[in-house]
Design a protein around this ligand. Structure first.
Ligand code: NDP
Ligand code: AKG
Ligand code: MG
Length: 738
């Protein structure tokens, strides 16, 4: 048997900590099936170092693990377990760079406003690290996300807390009615393979190439749209007034990490409109200090530190916060508002949390209040409004009875808006931005005013076909109705509908209930069915995939970390994402403060099971199938015995949950009869773990309750992190002895 490989990614924050405890277990168990576990470092710090070898000493240089994994993802051998990673906002990138520099890595500062060609080159390299820079590289397939039956049943039996929705809740979504991406979108399908370029033509006769010639494949859907900044600012002003009039909180919900070019600008426009007198009065000073509203208040406070006007500016900001509507808080204990950091308000998680919480967010005193939720663009605002309306009309959903909403999402090869960063530009003057082919024929064009955001998106045909196939398969396999969520009001979706209707004919859909519905209707129908306890597969584009796979799991299961999240790669490999949620920065904070990590690794367990099964099938490795089946049993027992970390000190945390998983996995391996060698191997391990249960728990729980020092946040010390995450010598001895 040749040695098979699983690539288990090293990422950031809570999942990175969890990996230090779980990886030794994974390595120990899988080596019995001759599987090698590789651990590519795709952490934010690792990605920065990999991109700047010329600034580093020889011994500090590391290979570009992400690029290597991206290449691997296009091959049939790929078997990658991908944990959530930081998608860095500009302030996070600055922090990570500062930490690396302090540790002796001479990487350059991030030049937000490059002043010469050298800085431009550095900025271009950092563009590969900023924002959502990992997932789009690895996602060479569409996504299949669902709560496995055992997980769903567990949630029904052990429901999480749900906030009640009042029928007179004042919570509402505020969106633009014109001048947004939705209203301006134009779209076309390219018949034959060609090339395109993007050029700005100024009303003054000037022109500037924004993007040089790039390929277009036959059948590709392309679109352009524009967000008019004047319309955006006017809309924000109205939303501020609305929140004030209704006497509720004001909150903003964007995706500045994934939409890393457009959404920080939109965030900045919201911040600048809210504090418009401050930005008008201190504009010159802010400019000289490189303060940009797009980076939020935290960055502003940092940069005015020590300035003669510091106190006066802070007072002016406080006055606006007092006079304006109350602003929703990210962390009321620490005084962190919704306007502090663009990456703190990630719409997929934040709106889901709002729905789970009876429509309420937190004010500065930590009390819950209704809110006006700013979601400027109608492309997605309407579907959140549909949820809010449904909750007001019918009350909160009931996790003990509600049906499940799995998702089949179009995302391969950077489909749709989430692949648009390299084609998103802010207009520097009034004019027209044209998408032209190599011969100058105009494919699409948009009129822009200075500061407007122009965006072009691509969606390749092969991923669309694969997505339709995946939807039909999932509907068949789970015998569940599937709804394509597409909006006839959007030019892009009208092109996609044509393709879906065409490609559905390629498959046998007899007996299946497959529908194409408008997004808002799809939401209403899905919620109605969920309330009746019925499951419905949502089949959606890339952005809705992201939003729906946090919204429903967070309502159904309490967190999207418990999702099974599979990406069948188009060339035959497998990418197994862990959960559908993020890297839970507040979990690492709690761990550093009190030695308790409440990150739930169920997503990792589920992904590992799927990865082992994929390996068994593609490499004909029967031992891997034995491992996968035993892990499946272990996962079920893990849920049945409720060994997930609690929320509080003194109960088993992430490390304790790994111990139980290892014990149940070893027990299942010892008990199975398909592979006698493995049964014999794991019988003493299972016995040793069981025998030491009390001692191990005492060691693991005994390690809690004190601050942890792992020497860093973005690049902690490996040795210290292992020590912190593996505090049980008894457990370590058993695992390391496998
Ligand atoms: N696939 C990826 O790589 C993704 C990465 N991200 C990145 O993650 C970071 C934070 O994003 P954000 O969206 O705020 O998400 P978080 O990681 O903060 O998750 C939001 C909330 O979900 C709950 N949660 C998530 N994962 C777990 C888990 N394993 N165990 C228990 N609870 C969990 C917690 O909620 P509660 O406190 O209510 O229990 C948590 O506060 C950002 O850098 C973002 O870019 C985000 C999404 C996906
Ligand atoms: O890549 C990211 O930044 C986040 C990804 C995400 O939220 C998702 O795929 O659900
Ligand atoms: Mg998401």
């Amino acid at each position: 048997m040749s040695q098979a490989k699983i690539h288990y990614t090293l990422t950031d924050e809570a999942p990175m900590l969890a990996t230090h405890s779980f990886l030794p277990i994974v390595k120990g168990f899988t080596k019995t099936a001759n599987i090698e576990i590789e651990v590519p470092d795709i952490s934010l710090a690792g990605r920065i170092l990999a991109n700047f070898p010329e600034f580093l000493k020889e011994e500090q240089r590391i290979p570009d693990a992400l690029a290597e994994l991206g290449a691997l993802a296009t091959t049939p051998e790929a078997n990658i377990i991908k944990l959530p990673n930081i998608s860095a906002s500009a302030p996070q990138l600055d922090e990570a760079i500062a930490e690396l520099q302090a540790k002796g890595f001479a990487v350059p500062n991030y030049p937000a406003e490059p002043k010469n060609d050298d800085e431009k080159a550095i900025k271009a390299k950092y563009a590969k690290v900023l924002g959502s820079a990992v997932n789009p590289v690895l996602r060479e397939g569409n996504s299949d996300r669902r709560a496995p039956k055992a997980v769903k049943n567990y949630a029904k039996a052990n429901p999480h807390k749900m906030g009640a929705w009042a029928s007179d809740s004042k919570t509402d979504v505020a969106n633009m009615n014109e001048g947004d991406f939705y209203g301006t979108e134009t779209s076309t399908t390219v018949e034959n393979a060609t090339e395109f370029k993007i050029t700005f033509y100024g009303n003054d006769g000037s022109s500037k190439e924004l993007k040089g010639l790039s390929p277009l494949k036959a059948g590709e859907v392309i679109d352009t749209s524009v967000m008019n900044l004047n319309a955006l600012r006017a809309f924000v002003q109205n939303a501020i007034q609305e929140a004030k009039d209704k006497n509720v909180l004001l909150s903003a919900h964007l995706k500045a990490t994934m939409m890393k070019v457009s959404d920080p600008i939109i965030f900045g426009a919201i911040v600048e409109t809210f504090f418009k007198d401050v930005f008008a009065k201190y504009g010159e000073l802010f400019k000289s200090l490189d303060i940009n509203a797009n980076n939020g208040l935290a960055d502003l406070y940092e940069k005015i530190k020590g300035q003669p006007q510091e106190a006066e500016i802070k007072a002016a900001i406080d006055a606006d916060l007092t006079n304006g509507p109350r602003v929703a808080m990210v962390n009321s204990d620490k005084g962190i508002t919704n306007f502090h950091v663009p990456s703190d308000i990630i719409v997929d998680a934040s709106m889901a949390a709002l729905v789970r919480n009876g429509g309420k967010m937190w004010n500065k005193d930590g009390a819950e209040e209704d809110t006006i939720a700013i979601i400027p663009d109608r492309s997605y605002a309407g579907f959140y409004q549909a949820v809010v309306d449904d909750m007001k009309e019918n009350g909160a959903l009931d996790p003990t009875t509600m049906g499940s909403v799995p998702n089949v999402g179009l995302m391969a090869q950077k489909a749709e808006e989430y692949g648009s960063h390299d084609k998103t530009f802010q207009a520097t003057a009034d004019g027209t931005i044209k998408v032209e082919d190599a011969n100058g024929n105009v494919l699409l064009e948009q009129k822009v005013q200075k500061d407007d955001i122009f965006r072009m998106c691509q969606t390749k045909d092969a991923p669309i076909q694969d997505w339709v196939k995946l939807a039909v398969n999932r509907a068949r396999l789970s015998d569940t109705p599937a709804i394509f969520w597409l909006d006839k009001g959007r030019a892009h979706d009208r092109e996609i509908i044509k393709k879906v209707e065409k490609y559905l004919k390629d498959f046998d859909t007899t007996g299946l209930d497959i529908r194409i519905m408008d997004v808002k209707d799809a939401m209403r129908e899905t919620l109605k069915r969920a309330r009746e306890g019925k499951d419905t597969i949502s089949v959606s584009g890339n952005v809705l995939r992201d939003y729906l796979t946090d919204l429903f799991p967070i309502v159904e299961l309490g967190t999207s970390a418990k999702m099974l999240s599979i990406v069948p790669l188009m060339n035959g490999g497998g990418l197994f994402e862990t959960g559908a949620g993020g890297s839970a920065p507040k979990h690492i904070e709690q761990f550093l403060e009190e030695g308790y990590l409440r990150w739930d690794s169920l997503g990792e367990f589920l992904a590992l099971q799927a990865s082992l099964e994929h390996l068994a099938q593609t490499q004909n490795n029967t031992k891997s199938q034995v491992l996968a089946d035993a892990l499946d049993e272990a996962n079920a027992k893990f849920l049945a015995t409720d060994k997930s970390p609690g929320r509080k000190l003194g109960t088993i945390d992430n490390r304790g949950s790994h111990f139980y998983l290892a014990m149940y996995w070893a027990e299942a391996l010892a008990a199975q009869t398909k592979d006698a060698e493995m049964a014999a191997k794991f019988a003493p391990i299972a016995a040793a773990l069981k025998e030491s249960e009390e001692v191990i728990n005492a060691e693991l729980i005994g390690a809690q309750g004190k601050p942890q020092n792992i020497d860093g946040y973005y690049k902690p010390d490996t040795y210290k992190t292992y020590a912190a995450m593996r505090p049980s010598t008894v457990l370590n001895e058993i695992i390391d002895g496998i």
